[in-house]
Each structure stands twice: as structure tokens, then as C-alpha cells.
Ligand binder design. Structure first.
Ligand code: NAG
Ligand code: NAG
Length: 378
């Protein structure tokens, strides 16, 4: 998830090239997995959801943070002042690399990234995209991990700076014939499991219960946001009615101060760590929280909501636990409401970037699958 948008020079929108027609069904399944940051967040190690891609010809491999809250792909690269090294993209070694001659600047919650815009071939799972636009980052603060942002074109760093949109990873997948509709689904294997699946172009109907409920994304330039109605704690309902971002790039659920404190009171939590914006909670606490959307309830319990403090502080020897809800007063945008990983583990989420809607249903954890490639408006 990003929080500010430094200046960026002019960009040209790219028209993606066609490639040989991929085989049916038109879905691409990518594994995602929770990992500890290679770098740090504000000086502390962090946790992110990762996946693997390769860039260039011949391919150079990268582990990247998988982020539904931002829209650009960027990777660490060899800079003018660097001779290169492991984990850095070396453009000289790629025969398909092209520089766009414009600078790339991004500021994420994990740090800032500066470099330049390039195009090159990108491979991920069964997907092989030609000339995808991405950021080659030679100067990073804190954040040491590249990011695969898969959100709306309206959230692209270029657009945030008044420049044209371009075909990012999910939109290029459609332009180049790998999927028929710019949509993807995200689910995790269980409330404790670090692993999940990003299914580009389709929906796995075995992985949720009941019907998918679709919600309109009213303002795509704010990211994958839908209206969140209320939270039920211990039978007591707190009315929220605010837009929330369904953000895989967030380790926590986050609410503005007022709502955050209401949740703490509702759960009788009093021990607040102000520096971290987190409530301590008994590691054995049995809690149950219902997240309510119009016509739909997603329930969560301690297995996804009570987390080791070490997840946030990086100190894995700390035996204390915290509620996986953070005060967004600590964020650059203190009014942000974010449903990050502790919520997402309980839901099956369909992000339809083409029709600006998000589908939600309670998750079912199963090895069974019933994948449907989506070819049109749902
Ligand atoms: C909070 O405390 C009140 C009063 O002791 C009690 O009725 C309520 O059940 C508690 N709630 C939780 C979630 O423990
Ligand atoms: C908590 O939720 C998980 C996942 O839905 C479920 O497997 C588990 O049984 C629940 N635990 C309790 C105590 O209800």
C-alpha cells in the first residue's frame, strides 16, 4: 500500500504487443506466501505477502511483495553507482530490456523507491508478458523488496502525477490474451496458513460458501475500496459505514482512531502500545468478530486476529500477543480504513478491475477446486 506520490516525469502509455494465443482455460494461478521482510519497515523487520516473478531475457528471478493496494510492478536494479549483486536486476544482461528514459518514484509504507521506468518481458506462473512497463529501482530506503502492485490503473504512480495510464500487470494479461476479463481472486489456505493463491482471470467456486456478493468500487483512484457497514464484537454492533481498502499489502486491519478505540473498548482491551498503535491481548483469548457488509457477514476469530507482537515489531523473542487491528493514526493517511491480511484470511475476494467491483464471500479452506475462467461482466 502506498501513501504518497512524489513527482514523476512524463510517461507514454504503452500499447501492449500480442503474443501467441495462450491455451484455455484462461486463468493463471500464482502462489502467494507470507514471509518476513528482507529489509525493514520504519527500521523494523516486517512481514509481507510474497510471490515470484522473473524479468528479462534470459529471465532474472525476483521475490516480490504481492500488493492489491498499489498498481505498479517494480524491482531492485543495478544503479549508476552500483556494480550489481544478488537480487538486483541487471538490464545489461537482458536482450529485451528498454529504458523509457523517465524516472520512477514511489513512497510505500515500507519506505521509498527511486529509479527509472523500463519495459521488459515478465514471467509469472504460466504468464509470459512482453514489454511490460515496470520500475527499475536503484535507490531504496528501508524497503528492500520489489512490489507487484495489481490494482486499478487509476492508482498507478504515473497517474498520481498527472501522467497517462499504462497497461499494468493485470491489464497487460488481458491485452496479451492470457485472460478475458481483468479480474482476479485471492484466498488463503487457512486461518493459520501463510500460503494462498492469486488466481488471475478466474474464480474458484470451491473456495467459498454461499454466494459471492459484489460491491461497487465508487472511487477506483482510492484503490480497491468498498463500503463497510459494521463490526459485531461479542454480540455488540458498532456502526462504521466507511470505505475500507481490501489490501493484501497490509499486515494488519487498520481503522481511524475513533473506530479503533471503539474496537478496543468492545473487546475490553486496555493495554495499548502507542508506538505501535496496537492493543495487547492475551495470547489465549477467544474472540469472535463479525465484519458486516451490505447483506453479507464475514466472521473471524482468534486464529486470524490474535497475532504475536513479533509480527509487527520484528522481535520474534517477544512472547506477547496483540490484536491484529492497528490505529491508522500512525499511518500517513490517519483516516484510512484497511482490511488487510487478518481479515482477508477469512474471505474469498474477487477483484474485478474492469467493472470496478469487489466480490466477497466467507472462505472455505479446501484442496478441492472448481475454477471458472471469467470472460465478461459478472
Ligand atoms: C467486557 O466486559 C463486560 C463487563 O465486564 C462483559 O460484560 C463483556 O462480556 C466483556 N466483553 C468481552 C468481549 O470480553
Ligand atoms: C476459528 O476460525 C477457524 C477458521 O474459520 C475455524 O477453523 C476454527 O474452528 C475457529 N475457532 C473457534 C474457536 O471457533
Amino acid at each position: 500500500m502506498f501513501f504518497s506520490f512524489p513527482a514523476l516525469l512524463a510517461l507514454l502509455a504503452l500499447s501492449a504487443l500480442s503474443v501467441a494465443a495462450p491455451s484455455n482455460p484462461k486463468v493463471v494461478s500464482m502462489d502467494v506466501s507470507k514471509k518476513t521482510y528482507l529489509g525493514s519497515v520504519k527500521g523494523r523487520p516486517g512481514v509481507y505477502i510474497s510471490t515470484y516473478i522473473s524479468v528479462g531475457t534470459p529471465p532474472q528471478s525476483f521475490e516480490v511483495s504481492f500488493d492489491t493496494g498499489s498498481s505498479d510492478l517494480w524491482i531492485p536494479a543495478v544503479g549508476d553507482d552500483q556494480t550489481g549483486g544478488p537480487g538486483l536486476f541487471n538490464p545489461q544482461a537482458s536482450s529485451t530490456f528498454k529504458s523509457l528514459g523517465t524516472s520512477f518514484n514511489a513512497a510505500y509504507v515500507g519506505g521509498t523507491a527511486q529509479g527509472y521506468w523500463v519495459t521488459d518481458n515478465v514471467n509469472a506462473a504460466g504468464l509470459s508478458l512482453s514489454n511490460l512497463q515496470l520500475g527499475a529501482v536503484s535507490n531504496m530506503q528501508d524497503q528492500k523488496q520489489g512490489i507487484l502492485g495489481v490494482s486499478f490503473k487509476q492508482v498507478e504512480m504515473s497517474v498520481r502525477n498527472g501522467q497517462p495510464q499504462y497497461y499494468n500487470f493485470p491489464f497487460s494479461a488481458k491485452e496479451q490474451g492470457f485472460i478475458d476479463h481483468v479480474l482476479y481472486s485471492l484466498h488463503f489456505d487457512g486461518p493459520h496458513s501463510p500460503d494462498g493463491t492469486f488466481l488471475l482471470g478466474g474464480i474458484d467456486h470451491a473456495k467459498y460458501s454461499g454466494d459471492l456478493h459484489y460491491y461497487n468500487v465508487a472511487n477506483p483512484s482510492a484503490g480497491p475500496q468498498i463500503n463497510f457497514k459494521s463490526l459485531v464484537l461479542d454480540g455488540h454492533e458498532l456502526d462504521f459505514n466507511l470505505p475500507v481498502t481490501l489490501d493484501s499489502g497490509s499486515l494488519a486491519i487498520a481503522f481511524p482512531d475513533t473506530q479503533f478505540r471503539a474496537i478496543g473498548s468492545g473487546l475490553n482491551l486496555t493495554n495499548y502500545n502507542k508506538d505501535m498503535g496496537l492493543y495487547y491481548i492475551d495470547c489465549q483469548a477467544e474472540i469472535s468478530v463479525d465484519f458486516k457488509f451490505d447483506g453479507l457477514t464475514i466472521s473471524a476469530n482468534s486464529s486470524s486476529l490474535v497475532l504475536p507482537m513479533g509480527f509487527f515489531s520484528g522481535d520474534t523473542t517477544d512472547p506477547s500477543c496483540v490484536l491484529g487491528v492497528q490505529n491508522s493514526a500512525l499511518y500517513e493517511s490517519p483516516n484510512d480504513a484497511v482490511l488487510g491480511e487478518p481479515f482477508l484470511k477469512n474471505a474469498y475476494v474477487v477483484y474485478d478491475l474492469e467493472d470496478y467491483s469487489i466480490g466477497l464471500a466467507p472462505a472455505v479452506y479446501t484442496d478441492k477446486s472448481d475454477v471458472q475462467a471469467v470472460s465478461r461482466t459478472l
